[in-house]
Design a protein around this ligand. Structure first.
Ligand SMILES: *Cc1c(COP(=O)(O)O)cnc(C)c1O
Length: 370
């Protein structure tokens, strides 16, 4: 069976470095925040093209604190694409605000700037585009609409470490950028982790306070904060992994390009990432390599029978999730997001995937859709 992701292969490739870092951390007993987390932050901020990075205990916490730092609270609305992982809109709920869903674009699969205005109301407090699958949202028109209305943009870059849009890095384009280091993400901890990046020193300071009980100094709480601190162990591991992230990202891009080549023009495949072409200035980092197919569930079963693992990211757009019924959305509200939910099928994607495996998976898919 060709696996969907293979975390063991990556660990084996850096085992000595990781084992030494973990033992060193245990010896140092700096189990929460501490110098290893600080060193990781100092490597991650410039990697994202930002001045500051604050490490937290998950991508969801990163989103929650970014929203709070941007002033989002009860009574506010935050615009969120209808096609994303549920954590994006959950973070809006954590902040006491309401997610206002918006349509995505049929080609980029990210927030559609042309439909964005329709989701903005007098209660809108922020716009939260998602760089879905590692492909940056079309940020220039989104930033322009936000600027005209004085709204902050917070990037959900949980799937987009190192992705670029017109030469700018994911996380550096909005007021704040949020990352996840969940083990399966492009930069994965060995447990939970996240970070908020920003070039605004004031916002960075607020996020740092909020992640650690809002304490200006010990037992003096100037903000109502949280226990969202990154563990020292995760900082030590992520610091090691920063040395390899570019090589892994290039591996994903090489694999994505090979899929593009093997699947372009195949009858029965309704869509490839960016139509199977690379857009100049756009650096897709392929957290997920998704295709669009009709009869997706049948195609997925055929792949399984051919020994090819697959996934769906995501089958149900957030506005149609049972948990969100109270917000009053219905089928037909966002037809593009709904069609993507029906058609998306994610193929095996990780840096260590071999050309042989990609050829096998592509052949199985072409046969299944023919
Ligand atoms: C993974 C993910 C998150 C949440 O990150 P966690 O670290 O799992 O909390 C948020 N948004 C998107 C788009 C994600 O893929």
């Amino acid at each position: 069976m060709i696996p969907f992701v293979d975390l063991k292969a990556q660990y084996r490739s850096i085992k000595d470095e990781i084992d030494a870092a973990v033992l060193g951390l245990l010896e140092s007993a700096q189990f929460v925040l501490g110098p290893e987390v600080r060193a990781f932050e100092e490597a991650f901020a410039p990697y994202c093209g930002a001045a500051h990075a604050a490490a937290v205990n998950s991508g969801t916490s990163a989103l929650h604190l970014a929203l709070l730092a941007a002033g989002v609270g009860p009574g506010d609305e935050v615009v969120v694409p209808a096609m994303t992982f549920v954590a994006t809109s959950a973070a809006v709920l954590y902040a006491g605000a309401r997610p206002a869903f918006a349509e995505v674009d049929d080609r980029t699969w990210t927030l559609d700037p042309a439909k964005l205005e329709a989701a903005i109301t007098p209660r809108t407090k922020a716009i939260l585009p998602v760089h879905l699958h590692g492909r940056c949202a079309d940020m220039d028109p989104i930033l322009e609409i936000a600027r005209a209305r004085g709204l902050p943009v917070i990037e959900d870059a949980a799937q987009a470490h190192g992705a670029e849009y017109k030469g700018r890095r994911a996380g550096s384009m909005g007021a704040l950028g949020c990352f996840s280091f969940y083990p399966g993400k492009n930069l994965g901890a060995y447990g939970e982790g996240g970070a908020v990046v920003t070039s605004d020193a004031g916002l960075d300071r607020t996020v740092r306070l909020l992640r650690d009980w809002g304490a200006e100094k010990k037992y003096v709480h100037t903000l109502k904060g949280f226990n969202y601190r990154m563990e020292g162990l995760q900082g030590a591991i992520l610091k090691v992994k920063m040395k390899h992230i570019e090589a892994w990202t290039e591996g994903r891009r090489r694999n994505g390009a090979l899929y593009d080549r093997l699947l372009s023009g195949a009858p029965g495949i309704l869509g490839l990432p960016d139509g199977g072409a690379t857009e100049p200035g756009l650096r897709h980092v392929y957290h997920v390599y998704a295709v669009r197919v009709a009869n997706r569930d049948r195609v997925q079963r055929a792949l399984t029978e051919a020994g090819v693992s697959s996934g769906i990211h995501y089958p149900i757009p957030v506005h149609l999730q049972p948990a969100y019924a109270e917000f009053g959305y219905k089928a037909g509200d966002f037809p593009v997001a709904e069609r993507l939910g029906d058609e998306f099928l994610s193929l095996p994607m990780f840096p260590e995937l071999t050309a042989d495996q990609i050829e096998t998976a592509s052949r199985a898919l072409r046969a299944a859709v023919a």
